[in-house]
Ligand binder design. Sequence first.
Ligand SMILES: Nc1ncnc2c1ncn2[C@@H]1O[C@H](COP(=O)(O)OP(=O)(O)OP(=O)(O)O)[C@@H](O)[C@H]1O
Ligand SMILES: [Zn+2]
Length: 703
Amino acid sequence: MAAAIDGVFPATLQELVKKSKVLVVGAGGIGCEVLKNLVLSGFTDIEIIDLDTIDLSNLNRQFLFHREHVGKSKARVARESALSFNPDAKITAYHDSVTSTDYGVNFFKKFDLVLSALDNRAARNHVNRMCLNADVPLIESGTAGYNGQVELIKRGLTQCYECTPKDKQRSFPGCTIRNTPSEPIHCIVWAKHLFNQLFGESLEDEDISPDAADPDAKEKDGDGEPKKDDENEKEKGEESKEEKEAKEDTANGNIVRINTRQWARDCNYDAGKLFNKFFNEDITYLLRMSNLWKTRKAPVPVQWDTLQSEGSSGDQKDVAKQHHKVWSIEECAQVFANSLKELSGTFLKLEGDDTLAWDKDDQPAMDFVAACANVRSHIFDIERKSRFEIKSMAGNIIPAIATTNAITAGISVMRSFKVLEAKWEQCKAVYARLRPNARNHFLVPDASLPGPNPNCYVCASDPAITLKIDTKRLRIKELRDEVLVKTLNMLNPDVTVESSGSILISSEEGETECNEGKLLSELNIVDGVILKCDDFFQNYELSIIISHFDAERDENLFEVVADASQLKPKDEEQKKDTVEAKEDDQKTATKRSANGEEDSKDDGPSTSKRSRPTEVVEEDDDDCLVIEEDEDQAEVVIVATDKLSVQSPPKSGAKRKPCEVIEDEDITEILDSSDDEPAGPTKCKRSRLDESSSNPVEVISID
Ligand SMILES: Nc1ncnc2c1ncn2[C@@H]1O[C@H](COP(=O)(O)OP(=O)(O)OP(=O)(O)O)[C@@H](O)[C@H]1O
Ligand SMILES: [Zn+2]
């Protein structure tokens, strides 16, 4: 089925479509739709990049993928499926991360247009910077539940992706939820899915049982894709006893994908049986997928009987009411039992196919999720949370909706026509909403095309930020990893001190290693010092003005402030801090006296900014999107970390390995190379280009 655009588009547009070269970044929910639309609209020169492999949970909304594709490269399968619509199209697929150094400014310059369909801010920031540098128009799209958004980003004409601070968003792949949780939110999402499996409207991609098809559980081949089972076996030689057992169990049907809801009903909702199934047997099964635990801490199953002695004494209803207390594991088990009893009672009274809808304000539903999330956290050695905290996190989980993705992708491609025709005034951002606006429109365009923010620390001509930082407590390594890389999204920056020109951080490995462990103040990086940062790979330069402050014990060690003029004078700031600290102390004292006895009065807002840490590390993929609340955050603060805990960024197995390019007729495939191949921007440094981009703002006036 080739595209039939003759008679649909004017001849000039048809020509533009035919001869333009476009890049699609991301082959997920929106990306698949975008690719399909492009091919069906007559685009014939398309490249698509995605770092991920196909997960079972993608199939309900990523229609270029089918069951037999699970575990395969998204970009390659998307290419194959799209070619079936138009075999004459030339589609190049890259199974790789767009942030890899292979996709620098030169790569982006090849395109007339880039359409991004990503799910995480780090990659979006990167594509934004690359398109600005290469001066290629970018159509940026995203969805969150029923909300969708498409906007044009064009150097000098519009605001860029980083011109305005964004809400914090986080999202997670299905196998993280089912197999390898590492944060409380993963366990909370899992617990909500468990609720739905037992009592709610259960969806296939909300399965809570171990995912045996997890690509991470298998050995990887040279392509970074999981090997087939027989290949795996050949190379591994001896299989462990547990692995054999796991396979036999599956083959013998011992691990049967029985309907969890029916099974629980058949067990008469026996708390012990259900508890042991979810928190012992399933975990024991996960342990057998030994590849998962080579680089992670293995979970420890828990047994219902062992939790009964202490926890069963006292009035357990009161435990569930202690919303601000972190329940012990025994208390969680009891809350589990009580809430299960209440929920199953209500559920059994429902008629026909009716189900319960999870609601954070429904006491047993919330108790159930809080208890299950915490038991799972305990098993995976993850910090447990109070019911109050869990409620706020669980209330913000937004599922991905296929229709919103399709609408959004449709708008993206419609916008691409306007871009090709350079009808910029018709490229205003469009928002898809669940409810119509006053004019009864579900798709609402922006009133104007907002121009670049002159203070943007990315697209302004001479970008600068002020960094409020405790120079006496923060080390150079942390400045690089936490501030420059994680917060400001640089990849491998060089940093010099403006006044002396001395190199503080070098992108060359080992060159400034001796500085890494030193405090900023030890190297004379104190209040008023200006640092010049240069990220060669992104062709991005930024001045950082250091503004020292003495952080309180639990306070963030740094904050990025977009506009220095909005910083409060120091003495005023200090005064405020002291008052806040006092207030906090009083509140903590009050809380402490109430804790454990009568801490159940309300679910009101938390007491201070300090007690509401802001996380900056983002996950890459999503089954669910979580918007974090942060009402307290001042407008000028772009990102602030919690008290600094230095972690290496989350690794997703072979997904982010460096690559080599193999040319093959009209397809260029990117294959993962061996692990020990050196990666990093040093090799790009030599090929740095586009000197003109040091002054990237080119003003184009529009009516
Ligand atoms: N750095 C990156 N380079 C290339 N592709 C990326 C990068 N970061 C994210 N992506 C891809 O962007 C796509 C976003 O699609 P989407 O939001 O539908 O998420 P998804 O991962 O497909 O869904 P799910 O999380 O449910 O599996 C994903 O396929 C993801 O792999
Ligand atoms: Zn900008």
